[in-house]
Design a protein around this ligand. Sequence first.
Ligand SMILES: [Zn+2]
Ligand SMILES: [Zn+2]
Length: 128
Amino acid sequence: MIRKTRQREVLEKMLVDQKVHYKPQDMLKIINASTDQNVSQATLYRTLADMETNGEIQSITLSDGCTIYDGNTMPHAHFYCMQCGTLMDIDSLPKEYLDEIRSSYGVTISKVDVVINGYCEQCAKERR
Ligand SMILES: [Zn+2]
Ligand SMILES: [Zn+2]
């Protein structure tokens, strides 16, 4: 049994319980504000990688190269606003769809990382 660190508990509360998306630098700020010890970026990345291996969270790479972490581990697509950086969950990808990819291409799927890029409703209006 791995002893849970205080940082890990905070991370689980943030990501897994709330099922929201976070950038590592934002997580670092929140953790360091809510615990008395300062967490290094290296420790945070190590803990996140560990949680992802355990299937507790998933990482998504955005078009600007940023990685965000998601507490929702169901295969689902994201919409990313290129102007304001809003990231939204789009409908879950149905199991049948993934099954069809597996059988049509003879592949196994270990991770689903789909990001649709564009402008959110608000930003699209401002650009008109
Ligand atoms: Zn936007
Ligand atoms: Zn998501």
